[in-house]
Design a protein around this ligand. Structure first.
Ligand SMILES: Nc1ncnc2c1ncn2[C@@H]1O[C@H](COP(=O)(O)OP(=O)(O)O)[C@@H](O)[C@H]1O
Ligand code: SF4
Ligand SMILES: [Mg+2]
Length: 376
């Protein structure tokens, strides 16, 4: 067995709340204190260990009215005959050093939002401001500079690592792409990063198939850290892992964030996963954010009927507390034909006539708590 697959489920000093995952002690050992190597060509990739509270309120990322409609083509001329309204007017900001959870059922547009923010695909409409600059207006050179600061950790640690490459080649690839290091420096940095994610420098020579799912995800995290980014987007980073391993990886992400002052967007289809690691949570339904609030507030005082229903499905491990399970009627409508007005009206028990024609705006109902419902 390789490093860090131990199975003590609860991190010391932390209570399990009704929505908690068991939390495992990665501790400071996993996020090792080994010395960070430097580069001979003057590039400074020193990970920022100053967890400043001063810059907490500076937005790193602002997303404004983001839309992504995928054309559906048909006929012999392959003309658009319709659209998949995958992301339909999403707005939020992310402060430096903050983590935001993006939660919603499968197909609601979470991954598309991530891919557009990273400009892996182009938006149909909207603005993406990274450190105040609209990245949609940047040319290839400008975008290359921004890309160093934005990295992604994918859902499937089996599919996201090239099986023919060694761990050193995988983690060192971003350094090669940006021509940052000599061979020796790359080796040193890979060893450093492996220790930071709770693996051993000896693992650098091995291939992905020699690792478990949790360890592969640690390799994916090390790769994301290679260029000392400011933002990491985790697209369901633990969904494919066993529950006990999920908690270890979540702990690792949390420790790395504190140590390196990273900002995160953590995507999940399950509210329980993001609770630990996220400061604020945005709930998505059919391409739109329906509620956004600080984590505790969202879990204890949800307002949007969809959030209330999602939370009611999470069991509370305390027999004294009971909560009525709300079963949503019907399926999520197709994003090719989203309902008019409030997208949620076909399943909402509180709907009125206005809900079928007018789109509810995401409105601040109290400080930092935003809800898109005509009756909130
Ligand atoms: N390249 C694409 N072309 C057409 N439709 C797409 C494409 N990528 C995603 N979609 C559709 O967009 C919707 C949102 O997908 P996605 O963002 O992957 O959802 P999530 O990550 O929340 O599960 C889904 O209906 C999906 O089928
Ligand atoms: S706007 Fe209407 S349909 Fe939508 S969540 Fe509110 S009450 Fe329900
Ligand atoms: Mg997805």
């Amino acid at each position: 067995m390789l490093a860090n697959e131990s199975v003590n489920p609860i991190r010391k000093g932390r209570a399990l709340t009704p929505f908690s995952l068991p939390v495992l002690p990665t501790g400071r050992k996993a996020v090792g204190r080994n010395k960070e190597p430097r580069f001979s060509n003057g590039v400074n990739l020193t990970l920022n260990t100053q967890h400043s509270t001063l810059n907490m309120a500076e937005p790193l990322l602002e997303v404004k009215n983001l839309k992504k409609y995928f054309p559906i083509r048909g006929g012999i001329l392959s003309k658009p005959i319709g659209y998949v309204y995958a992301v339909d007017g999403v707005s939020f900001f992310l402060n430096k050093g903050e983590s935001l959870g993006l939660v919603g059922e499968s197909g609601c547009g979470k991954s598309t939002t991530a891919r557009v923010i990273l400009r892996l695909i182009e938006p149909t409409e909207g603005e993406i401001l990274f450190e105040g600059k609209d990245i949609c207006r940047l040319d290839r050179k400008g975008m290359r500079a921004v890309r160093r600061n934005m990295q992604i950790v994918f859902q499937d640690p089996y599919a996201s690592l090239d099986p023919r490459r060694t761990v050193e080649q995988i983690i060192g690839e971003p350094l090669d792409v940006f021509r940052i290091s000599t061979k020796k420096e790359r080796k040193e940095r890979v060893a450093y990063l492996l220790q930071k994610v709770g693996l051993s420098p000896d693992h650098a020579r091995r291939y992905p198939h020699e690792f478990s799912g949790g360890q592969r995800q640690r390799i994916g995290i090390a790769r994301a850290l290679a260029l000392n980014p400011k933002l990491i987007i985790g697209d369901e980073p633990v969904s494919a892992l066993d529950v006990s391993i999920q908690a270890q990886v979540i702990n690792l992400l949390e420790d790395l964030q504190k140590e390196f002052n990273l900002s995160y967007i953590i995507i999940a289809h399950d509210l329980a996963v993001v609770e630990h690691v996220c400061d604020r949570i945005a709930v998505m339904y059919l391409g739109r954010i329906v509620e956004l609030a600080k984590d505790k507030e969202l879990y204890t005082a949800p307002v949007h009927p969809y959030t209330v229903a999602l939370l009611s499905a999470i069991p509370i491990p305390d027999p004294k507390i009971t909560r009525k399970r709300i079963i949503l009627e019907g399926d999520v409508p197709s994003p090719m034909r989203p309902p008019a007005g409030c997208h949620f009206h076909t399943r909402c028990s509180r709907k009125k006539d206005v809900c079928q024609s007018a789109i509810p705006k995401l409105t601040e109902i109290k400080e930092g708590h935003f809800v898109a419902c005509h009756f909130s």
